[in-house]
Design a protein around this ligand. Sequence first.
Ligand code: GCU
Length: 685
Amino acid sequence: MTTTEETHAVTSQRSTTEHVTVHPAWLPGAASAAVGRRRVVVAGDGALVSTVAAEVAAAVASHGGSWTRLEAGAGVADADLVLTIAEADDGPAATPDAVVQAECDESFRFMRDAGSVVVEAASDAGLLHGWFHVLRLGEAAFDGPDADEKHAPAAALRVLDHWDNVDEHHTMGQVERGYSGGSLFYAHGRVREDLTRVDEYARLLASVGINSVAINNVNVHAREARLLTDDLMDVARIAAVFRPWGIRVHLSVSFAAPVTLGGLATSDPLDPQVAHWWVRAAARVWGAIPDFGGFVVKADSEGQPGPFAYGRTHADGANMLARAVAPYGGLIHWRAFVYNHRQDWRDRSTDRARAAYDHFAPLDGQFDDNVVVQVKYGPLDFQVREPVSPVLAALPRTRVALELQVTQEYTGQQKHAVYLGPQWSEILRFSLGDGVVSNLATAGGFAAVSNAGDDPFWAGHPFAQANLYAYGRLTWDPSLDPIAVLDEWIAQTFPGSPVEVGEALHAILDRSWETYEMYTTPLGVGFMVRPGHHYGPDVDGYEYTPWGTYHFADRDGIGVDRTRATGTGYTGQYPAPWCDVYESLETCPDELLLFFHHVPYSHVLHSGKTVIQHIYDTHFEGVERVEAMVTAWEGIAGLVEADVAERVSERLAEQLRSAEEWRDQVTTYFFRKSGVPDAGGRRIY
Ligand code: GCU
């Protein structure tokens, strides 16, 4: 038996980095109290077992318990909690040499017998997940009836994408669509020297099961491209910080890198010199970072280079890269977000919603095994309400990943309190073709754009932390109830708070996605945001631009006809029953009506209201709901820490101002278009 003194410092209290006091999010010191006052044993080998041991050491040091570290296979002493690697027939399943193995078994068993708990995992990564499971349960881990539960993630890949630019003076800001300050990874045009916050961030992500992170923007500019070459050792430093938390690092790369970085005349995927350039690039990357995850590619999309320039398909492009990284077990995350962003608004036959399916469905079966085709949840672009993308069901012989957006680009930009768990849950559980979406994505897993930055609250709005938390939890287990997930987040973030705090937070957040939808774009029509930055209302903002998003409102009606009978035919991309459900006005759900149909303002919804009255009512009610959020918050602001109270109050004030602006612009716009007065006689300008 050996007892090890662990020195690794675990962030359990507020840390101070570069003069910023950082909020501990859902892992404050109090979170480890239940474990920290008990007798704990950690047993087994593997790099991540040392991480677990360091966590346990810090917890017992803070809360007065005791702990022991045993070698693998040693007899387990009397303890309240034993965290151990399972003995496999062929020896312990720990991962060797600190290398996180590709898609290792991350499962763990949780056993409780008369108040004593044993967590047994197949791998050290599994043990880390098991540790955080116990931490999340707190006292309840030890309190309940005897149990023997198996926990395993729904998919092996659970990724966060950072849209971070190295250059902080980039026109799109340092974090494209970032609302939480600067990048956690880069400062002053290079990778940060001090990666303390990356370590804290990695711990937060590990605690909710995230196991991969792409560290740069999918729009790869010249400065970011060099991460693949000149700055590779800095990427290796970042990977070294993520590694003890079981998280692999990925890079976004430009399809034109052989030209822009390599000086070749072409990046044609079928040119042997191009393929060779990528083979050498991959050898350099995996030479420096043996557990590197792979590349993310945005090709032929919004101005990014791609295989179309050479008359090649996206399978040609993805497979060429896949073969370069295959010897290392590397992956290519190839995004399906491909559409014509230079269309003419006068051309009504082109429908952006159709584009991803039209490009990718014919390629099913042509992608190599280590290509993951990453599909946004809807056919447009992370709107508050879209139908689930039919592409998810159109590629049965391809590894498909579902892409979500944790950063609130179109959902209030972390100024508005919008808990997205219910939206994601609805998408994950949606039944499409051969299965529910979470099952369709099992082979490719889940990806999402991160909402974290160097803001002291990580996500700008303290409540936006709940979205980061929920993304991890729901992609580990898509069957979880998003409101129960929110409850977990509240319990951990505000431990020991009076019961009113939890009640008020539920009152504010449970239906906040629906509330946001009410005061912004109605009935699935989408956009209506200010072009460029995408914050605030501009009903006609995109109506006459080349980006291809329209509502077609005139004096008689509104909506986009995407039917097979008279419209763009988009409904035909869905398997049964949705191709018919969406096609018919009788069966199309109200919340998606204007996505699929152009109807008169007098059209009566299933709810019994006309479209125009629905627009008026939801916009007024949406603002009233935000007023109620403010009131609920005022009731408890004095019960939470002062900096949290101040930040939330400031954000809620802006949410209310913005919601009123949305209400007034949208109701006025449609009153002026339609001439139909509000039956409620409320103020319209
Ligand atoms: C949206 C977003 C862009 C982003 C793009 C993408 O269009 O506004 O900033 O680059 O999505 O997903 O690639």
